[in-house]
Write a protein that binds this ligand. Sequence first.
Ligand code: PLP
Length: 451
Amino acid sequence: MIKLKTKLPGPKNRAMMAERKKHVPRGVAHWLPPVFVAKAHGAIVEDVDGNHLMDWTCGFAVVNLGHTPEPVVRAIQKQAERILHPGFFVTPYEPYLELAERLCNATPGDFPKKAMFATSGAEAVENAVKICRAATGRPAIVCFSHAYHGRTYMAMTLTDKAKPFKRGFAPFCPEVYRAPFPYPYRWPGGGEEGADPDVVAEECFRHFEDLVVTSITPEKVAGVIIEPVLGEGGYVPAPKKFLKKLQAFCRKHGIVFAADEIQTGFGRTGALFACEPLEAEPDMMILSKGLASGMPISCVVGRAEIMDVPDVDCLGGGTYGGNPVACASALAVLDMLEDGTLLRQAREFGKTLEKKLRYFKDNYPVIGNVRGLGAMWGIEFVEDRTTKEPDDEACEEMLTGCYKRGLVILPAGTYDNLVRLVPPITIEPKQFEQGFEIAETVLKSIQKSRK
Ligand code: PLP
């Protein structure tokens, strides 16, 4: 539970923030008030001043099973005692193979698959694009509005939002095209509640088809890459119908249909992958974050006949790609999720989360929309429910107000007006209640200041 010894931020946190400013460039992202963390377990992080804060960020939607889950820590320790870095290109090792096999079996799609590992999400995105192009011999990649795929050059090009991700870094990569993502709340013509997701799916698909058929031509398109639930772009689940149409279009035209499940994978949506409840079966999936509960590893897994096209020695996840300690950590995560108990827990928890957020929306007009899937939900703040003018200040006040009381939450969204809630799926009910009491106290005071 939250226990505060000092006013936040405490003295050591303030001193470390000053050090950070001295030695670390300001461009290195820092999205929250200072929480220099000393240790963490479950949903609780202990900062360097000895304060216990509740973490509903999971280190950017990574530690879905909570911080330092015991089986994962044990697996890491055991592997670290054996070998830290043989280098998969040099002297390969078993955990890489075991993890590849298990992910090939665990991902949707009853067809032969192969998997390769890299270190970060963005690196996996880069490799996915290379494989799409090599497999089809075509140049174009189609991505979507509000997308986030990382910060390396191709991943950044695929990412939509300029500030803070792209501004000042042009020129970007060629042959990247963007279609609208179905975002019902902000779809033109939608009322206060937003447009009907099925209608939005139809209209968005028409835009996509127009773009591909008219402006690019399908025989030039190598791959379509989509987040089944927008992450940084605002926690918007894609309507099933939209994904179904995209998938059918891709199959018809020999285009690789790729799902970026870096933020949505490994329990976050109440299933191993968001594609399961959303009933999509991509040709390729890009995974990271929750995969290894905090160890740096990412994966591209897809149809064997596509994955095998790049020539011998052409691909590599980088020197550290598929590091054995990270593989051991990922295997322990899969063991924890395998029998489905934690996934069921995530779905149950997600229902409670949804109920609470719907209650917030009914009672606080500063909230325009709440949405999500499973245990990933967002609260979109607006100045006015009719005009839907984004209220980024309310979002900022929510983050700061919660932080001062010991609850750490993250922003998101193209318009900087979204609070995303990604607590560990293993959070205890009393911790959840404590967090929500804080969130409501802060909401009440924001609402009061708006009257
Ligand atoms: N794709 C998605 C959907 C993400 O959420 C992220 C990170 O937030 C990435 C790609 C990039 O991953 P990384 O930061 O590990 O490069």
